[in-house]
Design a protein around this ligand. Structure first.
Ligand code: ZN
Length: 71
């Protein structure tokens, strides 16, 4: 199967490999956050690191996680 509108996997892999370990500015409108790309079990994940004082980050930590069984 060869879909023409599929993103170029090789190009994408090369890009994520190059981004891994680097800090990319941005990711949050409320603070001077930066993003890092890391490989976890063969999957590239983007982590947003907020400043300690970031109100959005504080709100995120306070809020209970989604996916609770009881309603
Ligand atoms: Zn933030």
């Amino acid at each position: 199967m060869n879909a023409p509108d599929q993103p170029d996997r090789k190009g994408l892999d090369a890009l994520t490999e190059r981004l891994a370990g680097h800090r990319i500015a941005g990711g949050c409108d409320s603070c001077n956050a930066y993003q890092t790309v890391a490989e976890v079990d063969g999957i590239y994940v983007v982590k947003v690191s907020h400043d300690d004082w970031c109100p959005r980050y504080k709100a995120m930590r306070r809020r209970p996680k989604r996916g609770r069984r009881s309603r």
